[in-house]
Unconditional design. Structure first.
Length: 118
């Protein structure tokens, strides 16, 4: 265990003289400086976390807007497809009706031309 602690807290692994000083700097001063460094790092970390949360929320809102737009487009596409099917059926019925009229007129022409030639 002790080597792990020494590896994570390198300033604690240094040998201390009996007076509580390391290299002429009081231990309390070193701890205060280290504490200040850690507080600065923590503050930066919290700021980064807040920025990432804001970015995540913005991305989430954009995703929701995109999903709603996709749903609207799918609905509109479905309506257009149904309308296209109705129009195709109407067109086919009109073509069949015109073909029947043309056939009837051709029969009429043939019958009138055959009776005129007699």
């Amino acid at each position: 265990m002790a080597p792990t602690i020494a590896a994570t807290l390198p300033f604690c692994a240094q040998s201390k003289p009996a007076g509580g000083e390391i290299s002429g700097v009081p231990e309390a001063e070193m701890l205060r400086k280290r504490n200040e460094e850690l507080e600065k790092e923590l503050k930066k970390s919290v700021e980064r976390e807040m920025k990432m949360k804001e970015e995540l929320e913005k991305t989430w809102r954009r995703l929701k807007v995109a999903e709603e737009a996709e749903e609207r487009l799918c609905f509109q596409l479905g309506e257009l497809e149904a309308e296209a099917v109705d129009q195709a059926r109407d067109y086919r019925a009109r073509v069949v009706n015109l073909m029947e009229q043309l056939s009837a007129l051709q029969k009429l022409l043939l019958s009138s031309s055959s009776s005129a030639s007699k």
